[in-house]
Design a protein around this ligand. Structure first.
Ligand SMILES: NC(=O)c1ccc[n+]([C@@H]2O[C@H](COP(=O)([O-])OP(=O)(O)OC[C@H]3O[C@@H](n4cnc5c(N)ncnc54)[C@H](O)[C@@H]3O)[C@@H](O)[C@H]2O)c1
Length: 267
């Protein structure tokens, strides 16, 4: 029996080439879920979203795609209306969308950096959860997994705006878990460490520039920060999200699960 057989799942930020959203969409599709693949569209182009949908269907799964900017109220309403009209329920929400905002020297971050980090990570999540929760309450069950970060668990130089927004994601997760457990709704978050995606490329490029080294050297040096000695694969985060979404974790709610190769071991 597949872990998510028959479940209706929404995933945000799921179309990025090597991203965790995409990896989770593919994994959930292979575990029997119907995956609603969403992402912010560039120039109204649904192409990258449709690519993920096509891949899931090629692999024998079920999926459909829709544009969703998590900061846009109309997009959120349209998404939830469409999913409810088509399937009548929403079993799982993976809030994954994220931006490398609020990163850099604190004194050089301006208000717009801070606002972007909080708009996407915190208010985007708040709005989507607010739209989805009434349906989960009516169903008497539901699962929400939020993508936070190890930067939401501990202080890190150069990450003040991004990290503060991820601390808020961890806090939101725990408070909502406490509030909605009585409705059989479980709410957890994953806290990835250094995962090999387009977003972490920015950190690698910064290291190359600061230390005047090539990409391989930068990755080797940065990997030394990880006890398991390597960058994480997006699929390894997807495994954790599937676990937290499935009945395998049915007595787990309100946790912030590091998926970080041991980077959080000292916390
Ligand atoms: N890469 C890492 O090392 C790392 C570590 C910890 C946490 N994270 C978090 O993991 C999540 C996934 O990031 P990733 O590394 O896979 O990066 P990614 O850039 O591959 O994916 C981020 C996705 O979010 C989407 N997005 C951005 N703004 C959006 C908006 N307004 N509305 C909807 N979608 C939007 C992007 O289009 C993209 O598809 C993010 O929340 C990120 O903060 C990443």
């Amino acid at each position: 029996m597949s872990l998510l057989e028959g479940k209706i799942v929404i995933i945000t930020g799921a179309a990025s080439d090597r991203g965790m959203g995409r990896a989770t969409a593919l994994k959930m599709g292979s575990e029997g879920a119907t995956v609603v693949v969403t992402d912010k569209l560039k120039n109204k182009d649904i192409g990258p979203v449709q690519e993920v949908v096509d891949q899931i269907i090629r692999d024998g799964g079920r999926a459909f795609g829709i544009g969703l900017d998590v900061t846009n109220d109309d997009d959120i309403k349209n998404l939830v209306d469409q999913v409810i009209a088509q399937y009548g329920r929403i079993d799982i929400l993976f809030n994954n969308a994220g931006v490398p905002a609020g990163v850099g020297d604190f004194l050089n971050l301006d208000e717009s950096d801070w606002r972007l980090a909080f708009d996407v990570h915190v208010f985007g999540m708040v709005k989507l959860i607010k739209a989805v929760l009434p349906h989960m309450i009516a169903q008497g069950a539901g699962v929400i997994v939020n993508n936070a970060s190890t930067a939401g668990l501990a202080g890190l130089a150069q990450f003040s705006g991004y990290g503060a927004s991820k601390f808020a994601v961890v806090g939101l997760t725990k408070h909502l878990a406490a509030e909605y457990g009585s409705h059989s709704i479980r709410i957890n978050c994953v806290c990835p460490g250094m995962i090999d995606t387009a977003m972490s490329d920015i950190e690698v490029s910064g290291f190359m520039k600061d230390h005047n080294v090539d990409r391989d050297t930068a990755i080797k040096e940065l990997s030394m920060l990880v006890p398991l000695g390597k960058y994480g694969d997006p699929a390894e985060v997807a495994d954790a999200v599937v676990f937290l979404s499935s009945d395998q974790s049915k007595y787990i709610t309100g946790i912030a699960l590091p998926v970080a190769g041991g980077m959080s071991a000292g916390l």
